[in-house]
Structure formats: C-alpha cells, structure tokens
Design a protein around this ligand. Structure first.
Ligand code: S6P
Ligand code: ZN
Length: 185
C-alpha cells in the first residue's frame, strides 16, 4: 500500500485554483487540432482553452485523484470550447464532477454509441459511470469551473475519441446552445 499522510488543499472556489497544486496543465487550440469540425480562425491565435490543476496521489485503486478544470468561454466555428475528452484507460473506473462556476454541459458516450448530456452548474454533481467517455463544454460567456474526483488507477485514453469525437456536439444556435448529431461520428 502506498502510504500518503493526510493533507489539506485549499481551493479558490470561483477560480478553481488549488493551493498548493502539484501539477498544472494547459491546453491551447493547437493541442486540439482536428477535434473541432472547423479549423479555428487565424485571428484566434493559439488561444488557451482550458487549465487543469491536479493533486497528485499514487495511481492505485486505493487512492482518489482530484483535479479542478477551468474552461475558457469561446467557440471554434459553431462549437463551444470544450475539453479533449477521454475514456478511462481502465474502462470500469468511475468519476464524479462537481460544478463550481459558470454554465456547461458534460457530454458522455459509450463505445457502443449511447450518449448522455448533463448540465454543469454551480452545485451540480454528475456521476460518470465506468465505460462512459466524458468531455465538458463551456456554453456560457464566463469561465466554467468544476472539480473532479476519480479512482486512482483510472488512467486516460484520449486516442479512442480523438478522430471521430462523440456522437453529439454542443453548438451555439440562435435560440441557444444546441445538441447536434456529430456528422463525423
Ligand atoms: C480526469 C477528469 C478531468 C479531465 C479534465 C481535462 O479523469 O475527467 O480532470 O482530465 O477536465 O479534460 P481532458 O479530457 O483533457 O482530460
Ligand atoms: Zn475522466
């Protein structure tokens, strides 16, 4: 068993910043090449799309990985800014999302093509069962911030949904955010 002493981390609830944080990763438009239907406008440059702050604990099922995600508001074509999305490498591993700020959607899908879309709002608790790929989308005009906790050895499989994506897309329609079939899926 990996021994970890008890510890506390403080989160700035509206910013998602963890103090101290062990690890921070940033994803820009260039990291998401080909994941949106359209190519980003050149004027957008290499905009920051999201930041993840992680608390690093051993990658074992005895532990629970915790992180916060801060998704910027924005669009590429008609699609809202989103995370890359992934299955857990160990498919059965589940995850919980707690919404802290902003307005988003959590798009989930199985390898068999079933899909589900839940709301992320301050206070929302979303349960992502094992076997469901998940991607979060910022449908608002401010930051989307959420906390995630998942089984320690879950791992991330980005490749499976990298090319075709998920069965549905979240687009900015005149009457509000729309869940549309993904033509590439
Ligand atoms: C990890 C959990 C989140 C995401 C984060 C970024 O299992 O689902 O912490 O890692 O929201 O998304 P992605 O798809 O780039 O890992
Ligand atoms: Zn995950």
């Amino acid at each position: 068993r990996d021994a970890v002493a008890p510890f506390n981390v403080l989160m700035e609830l509206d910013k998602g910043v963890l103090e101290p944080t062990d690890h921070t990763k940033r994803r820009h438009l260039s990291d998401m090449h080909g994941m949106y239907l359209e190519e980003p406008d050149e004027a957008a440059g290499d905009a920051l799309v999201y930041t993840v702050h992680e608390i690093v604990v051993p990658e074992s099922p005895d532990h629970i990985q915790c992180s916060t995600t801060i998704l910027q508001p924005g669009r590429v074509g008609r699609e809202f800014f989103m995370t890359k999305g992934h299955f857990h490498e160990v498919r059965g591993r589940s995850e919980v999302y707690l919404g802290l700020r902003g307005e988003g959607r959590l798009v989930m899908a199985t390898e068999g093509g079933d899909h589900a879309v839940e709301h992320i709002v301050p206070g929302s608790v979303s349960y992502v069962p094992g076997g469901w790929a998940h991607r979060s989308v910022n449908i608002g005009s401010e930051l989307l911030v959420f906390f995630a906790a998942y089984v320690g050895d879950a791992g991330h499989d980005y490749a499976t949904i990298e090319d075709e994506g998920l069965p549905v897309l979240l687009t900015d329609a005149p009457d509000g955010p729309r869940v549309e079939r993904n033509p590439r899926y």
